[in-house]
Write a protein that binds this ligand. Structure first.
Ligand SMILES: Nc1ncnc2c1ncn2[C@@H]1O[C@H](COP(=O)(O)OP(=O)(O)OP(=O)(O)O)[C@@H](O)[C@H]1O
Ligand SMILES: [Mg+2]
Length: 473
């Protein structure tokens, strides 16, 4: 990757940019205002001193020490200039505190010329070959003369340049510190991002063992914790998938193995007819079991893939339950179970009639298969507040607490189950019920087990049903 495109480089550059901007702004705001304040202060000093100087000069205009004394007290050059021409305004020094010919540099001084023109006190700064000066020019009462006070600014400007230098130095230092801190912080940050990237690659590769650890409380820490939650969830799903495949292949292998054995036995030519018939019946049973298993596995795979569509329509539960009871009447009789539909009203639910029937079949089959012969089984329907229910009740020995905790898990078979089911019925029933916005409730004690399919109630008001005789088997 281009090093300038890394998060680290971008963060460092952003930090440098911010530092440079702040320093530039401070420099632009502080330095000019500092300079103008110092110059103003010098000009104000000269302006304040002028009254006393003018008064002193007027009292003793011929005092030979006036200019040197005034220069010492104001710390400025003091000159008297005479106006030699008004238009253009030309002034020339006639007396000063300066030695020799150095006063000639003030000939036609711009501040003094301005004062001569306006006849007012004027102030300003003038640059000369020997430096910059703050000047105050005062028109004297005797016409044609200007008193000029010119204070060199080199001390004040030296202070400004010292501040300028220090600011540049501090700026340079801040720049280096920002570069180092920014680079260090960005490297730390980038290292944590790379650690997360490696963790994501590991998870994508199906390795869920290593924890994604970042204990910080910031957003990256949050992201790492979300990654770790995802890892745990995916590990769980992966485990469930492997277990499912192992269970499913085991369940498929058992009947196939039995079928293979019977096929070999049937090859024996000396087998008498009744035994051959018995073998064929058992084989037909294994084929039924295989078909049911294949159907169940298909349903589960569709449920897992979210491809299973359920209708959402009005379902009249009474007639549906009665139909299921009729369907199971033969099996119930052969297993010696009294089976009846208790017609105690009507209930309309919202759901998929095919799936509701499939759930009732699962519950009915369980009640007939997992209870001892002679156990009565009863199916009924009812409507409560906003819900419609089908109940399958049996008088069997009940379900233990250990079984109850895992009953709706895939491939779970009760400890005491003798029947050769696959343990998928209740898992499928539960998922179908939930898909229709309902659920399955279990209430069991020795002598009475009740499975209830709860569904959202339909809106239609059911027509009163003609009394139906219990289907006694
Ligand atoms: N009415 C019931 N009375 C007692 N035990 C029951 C009853 N219904 C279910 N069980 C227990 O719950 C277990 C799980 O039932 P489930 O319907 O999921 O699987 P299965 O009946 O064993 O196999 P499958 O339905 O896939 O053929 C059963 O093995 C059984 O131990
Ligand atoms: Mg079952």
């Amino acid at each position: 990757m281009n090093p300038l495109r890394t998060v680290g480089a971008r963060l460092s550059l952003a930090l440098l940019g911010v530092v440079a901007l702040v320093l530039g702004l401070v420099y632009l705001i502080v330095v000019p205002s500092l300079k103008s304040r110092l110059v103003d202060a010098r000009l104000n000093d000269l302006s304040h001193a002028r009254k006393a100087l003018v008064a002193e000069y007027e009292q003793q205009p011929n005092d030979p020490d006036f200019f040197s004394n005034a220069a010492a007290s104001t710390n400025a050059r003091v000159l008297l200039l005479s106006v030699v021409s008004q238009s253009p305004t030309l002034v020339t020094p006639i007396q000063s505190s300066l030695p020799g010919r150095s006063a000639e540099a003030f000939t036609n001084d711009p501040v003094a010329s301005l004062s001569a023109r306006t006849s007012q006190l004027e102030r300003g700064t003038v640059s000369r070959s020997n430096g910059e000066f703050a000047e105050v020019a005062i028109p004297m009462p005797k016409r044609g003369e200007i008193l000029l006070l010119a204070a060199p600014l080199h001390d004040a400007l030296a202070d400004v340049s010292a501040v300028q230098r220090r600011m540049l130095l501090a700026g340079g230092l801040a720049f280096v510190v920002a570069l180092l801190v920014g680079y260090g912080a960005a490297r730390l940050f980038a290292r944590r991002i790379r650690r997360l990237e490696r963790a994501a690659d590991r998870i994508a590769g199906g390795h869920f063992d290593e924890q994604v650890a970042d204990r910080s409380a910031d957003e990256l820490g949050e992201l790492a914790r979300a990654f770790d939650r995802m890892r745990t969830r995916l590990a769980g799903l992966d485990h469930a998938r492997r277990e499912f495949v192992a269970n499913a292949s085991h369940e498929l292998r058992t009947p196939l193995f039995a079928l293979g054995g019977f096929l070999e036995l049937l090859e024996d030519e000396e087998l008498d007819d009744p035994t051959r018939r018995e073998f064929l019946d058992t084989m037909a049973g294994q084929v039924r079991r295989l078909t049911k298993l294949a159907d169940d596995l298909l349903d589960l795979s569709k449920l897992d893939a979210g491809r299973l569509h359920v209708e959402n329509q009005e379902v009249e539960l009474g007639s549906l339950a009665a139909g299921a009871v009729d369907e199971f009447a033969g099996v119930a009789r052969s297993l010696d179970h009294p089976l009846e539909y208790a017609a105690n009203g009507a209930a309309i639910a919202r759901g998929d009639p095919q799936r509701v029937l499939q759930i009732v079949r699962i519950l009915l089959e369980n009640a007939l298969v997992h209870t001892p012969p002679g156990t009565p089984v009863e199916v009924s329907v009812r409507r409560t507040d906003g819900r419609a229910e089908i109940t399958v009740t049996d008088g069997g020995p009940g379900i233990s607490d250990e079984d109850r905790a895992e009953l709706f898990e895939r491939f779970y078979r009760g400890e005491s189950t003798k029947a050769s089911g696959s343990g998928l019925g209740l898992a499928i029933a539960k998922e179908f019920a939930e898909l229709m916005g309902g659920g399955i409730q279990l209430d069991s004690k020795p002598g009475r087990t009740v499975f209830t399919l709860v569904l959202p109630a339909g809106k239609a008001i059911p027509q009163p049903e003609p009394e139906r005789e219990p289907v006694a088997v």
